[in-house]
Design a protein around this ligand. Structure first.
Ligand SMILES: [Zn+2]
Length: 419
């Protein structure tokens, strides 16, 4: 009876693949304010790298060379200090009411923005006239574009426009769309803000006090651990997940990046843990990439300076956004590697794991991209579900469901054994 109970526990509890309490501990730690959103203010990404290296060591992964770290340098714009935006006496909340553009300059100033409707934004000649009139006059010193109720077609047309104008004067985009942040390697000449239309009053001055600092030669580290297989020769499997996120936007506000990609980093560790205890023939290299949000710079550096010969890689499995799955998973590059994709589907059907596996073609949307460019076979897998908190302050640990986490680990374990 006892044996039967134990067997039932193993079958139902996912004990064989990973323990969800451990996954929760790691994800929560990566999302904590102490790690500063794993960005560049207070060296958040370095703190996260040290945490991951300690986990690699606990699991028993080996470094390739002297340490787990592969250092590279890049340039990044940061917001380490003041982040005040005030209209009349209303203080706007960073991340909720407004964002500074990732490339925004800082400044302490009073803005008197002229409202520019979309019709003028789309008319280059008229727009130039407006800019000249503002520059020559004394009434206004900046622009507030009225970007409410725009179609996706119009949005495409104005893509990049405000960044160009922020080279001439401060710019505000007044928007009714979700605020989504990013990372920029460069700094614009003037402040560029996105403000929610529900809190913005046109024709009313604003006070801003924003600290921005561009860090050139910032040092980041890919964290790389090696697990020798039972067979010493042959190609290696690579598991990757980026651990960096967007960091801080001012002293008070940080982006936890729970789904993107504390969840994938946790899964990287789950896979390492499983294969350490259940070795397969192939050796496996686990890479936690840095600088993904800054333009896939960590994976680019790795592919240009590979610690594993690219020709010796059998397959790359890149994990990004692993915290949901209610609507299944998507496999990027599925159309490039049809037989591997069929295998994945077959395992899934046999073991009844994920509700839906969607096929997608190549896309430059995560770290697998550079491997694909170098003809190294790779899948990028992400989960889909009702949690739409993406690149915003609401992508928190509390909003992760982890519904398909254990099933996905089981699927990847079975798939990897067949590679
Ligand atoms: Zn990501």
């Amino acid at each position: 009876m006892r044996k039967l109970l134990l067997l039932l526990l193993i079958l139902n509890g996912g004990f064989t693949f990973c323990q969800i309490e451990e996954v929760r501990r790691i994800t929560q730690q990566l999302c904590s304010p102490e790690l500063n959103g794993r960005g560049y203010v207070n060296k958040g990404d370095s703190l996260a790298a040290a945490f991951i290296a300690a986990e690699f060591s606990k699991i028993g992964l080996k470094p390739i060379g002297d340490s787990y770290f592969q250092e590279f340098q890049h340039s990044v714009n940061t917001f380490p200090g003041k982040m005040l935006v005030k209209q009349n006496n209303r203080i706007l909340i960073p991340g909720v009411h407004f964002l500074v553009d990732a490339g925004s300059a800082g400044g302490k100033m009073q803005l008197k923005p002229k409202r520019i409707p979309i019709s003028i934004a789309l008319n280059t000649e008229k727009l130039i006239q407006e800019i000249q009139a503002i520059s020559n006059g004394t009434t206004y010193n900046s622009i507030a574009f009225d970007f409410r109720k725009l179609s996706s077609d119009t949005l495409r047309k104005i893509n990049g426009l405000t960044r160009k104008i922020a080279g001439i004067m401060p710019v505000i985009e007044v928007t009714d769309r979700k605020l989504t942040w990013s990372v920029s390697s460069e700094q614009l000449k003037y402040p560029l803000l996105q403000i929610q239309d529900s809190v913005f009053v046109f024709d009313e001055a604003l006070t801003i006090e924003i600290e921005a600092e561009q860090l050139t030669d910032y040092r980041s580290n890919n964290v790389i651990g090696y697990l020798p297989g039972k067979r010493k020769w042959g190609k290696k499997v690579i598991y990757s997940a980026h651990y960096d996120h967007l960091g801080r936007m001012g002293e008070e506000t940080y982006f936890p990046g729970a789904n993107d990609n504390a969840s994938g980093t946790a899964m990287l560790l789950s896979m390492a843990n499983y294969f350490k205890k259940n070795p397969i023939n192939r050796s496996i290299v686990f890479i936690a990439f840095a600088g993904e949000e800054a333009g896939l710079v960590g994976s680019k550096y790795f592919v240009q300076n590979p610690l594993v010969k690219l020709k010796k890689i059998s397959f790359v499995l890149n994990l990004d956004i692993m915290g949901s799955g209610e609507e299944g998973i998507t496999v990027v590059n599925a159309t490039l590697f049809e037989s591997e994709f069929k295998e994945l589907q077959q395992i899934n059907q046999e073991q009844k794991l994920i509700s839906h596996i969607k096929s997608r073609g190549p896309a430059a949307n995560s770290d697998h991209y550079w491997f694909t460019q170098m003809n190294v076979p790779a899948f990028f897998i992400y989960t889909m579900g009702p949690n739409k908190n993406y690149h915003d302050i609401f992508d928190t640990y509390e909003n992760l469901s982890f519904v398909e986490y254990q099933d996905l680990v089981a699927l990847l374990c079975a798939f990897t054994k067949q590679l």
